[in-house]
Design a protein around this ligand. Structure first.
Ligand code: SAH
Length: 216
């Protein structure tokens, strides 16, 4: 399978930089992960535009510049273990896999878990695992985490996720009403407690309870 041509990649990276994605490691990871592999069907030829696009199960692959800004805010280090809540297309997880030692990504739709698991294998990404679970509860069996990223919006940071963050750890997540514009926030766990930073307005699908009612 051929990737995008060099000019398309240049334009893709230019759009990221112009929206504030300046971290060299993040840009390199986003250059390596071909977004075209994570978008199928009708929208495949729009994969390199800086826009969210529909995927299966009524979900969306996030806007590349938002993926870049969230990844940058997460400050992932090479030896980190990262949890992502909301696998969706697997695009964000694949970028994290280029930056971290180990990535776990959880998703409530079985079909998305199956499809992204296959895609990670096809792409030779061996340090990322997609799992079926309600991510509001985190992933206690692999906790604690150096970094946690949530790509669906909750009204407040879920308590179990805060509890599964190491001291010195960082979590990035959108918070707010599901039908309104939400705020991307960064939470740092320190020896003393939790520090919160507001980053930018965003719009994500809601973090829902329980597993999806997939037929397959
Ligand atoms: N990170 C994705 C985009 C996420 S869209 C990407 O790179 O493509 C948000 C995803 O969160 C959806 O797939 C949705 O099914 C999932 N989701 C919503 N609530 C969830 C929950 N409680 N646990 C796990 N996944 C959830």
């Amino acid at each position: 399978m051929t990737g995008p041509d060099p000019q398309t990649i240049m334009q893709f990276l230019f759009a990221l930089r112009s929206r504030g994605v300046t971290d060299a490691r993040v840009l390199a990871a986003m250059e390596q992960v071909d977004r075209g592999r994570f978008v199928r069907g009708l929208f495949a030829d729009r994969a390199y535009e800086d826009t969210p696009l529909p995927i299966t199960c009524g979900q969306t692959i996030s806007q590349p510049s938002v993926v870049g800004l969230m990844t940058q805010a997460l400050q992932v280090r090479p030896r980190d273990t990262v949890l992502e809540v909301g696998t969706g297309s697997g695009y964000q997880a694949a970028i994290l896999a280029k930056l971290a030692r180990r990535v776990y990504t959880v998703e409530r739709h079985k079909r998305l878990v199956r499809e992204t698991g296959q895609l990670f294998r096809d792409l030779g990404l061996t340090n990322v695992t997609a799992m079926l679970s309600d991510g509001s509860f985190g992933l206690p069996e692999q906790a604690p985490f150096d970094r946690i990223i949530v790509t669906a919006a909750a009204e407040d940071p879920p308590g179990p996720l805060l509890a599964q963050l190491k001291i010195g750890g960082i979590m990035v997540l959108p918070v707010g009403q599901s039908d309104a514009v939400q705020t991307l926030i960064r939470v740092r766990r320190t020896e003393e407690g939790l520090d919160y930073d507001e980053l930018l307005p965003v719009r994500f699908v809601p973090l829902l309870e329980g597993l999806g009612k997939d037929e397959v």
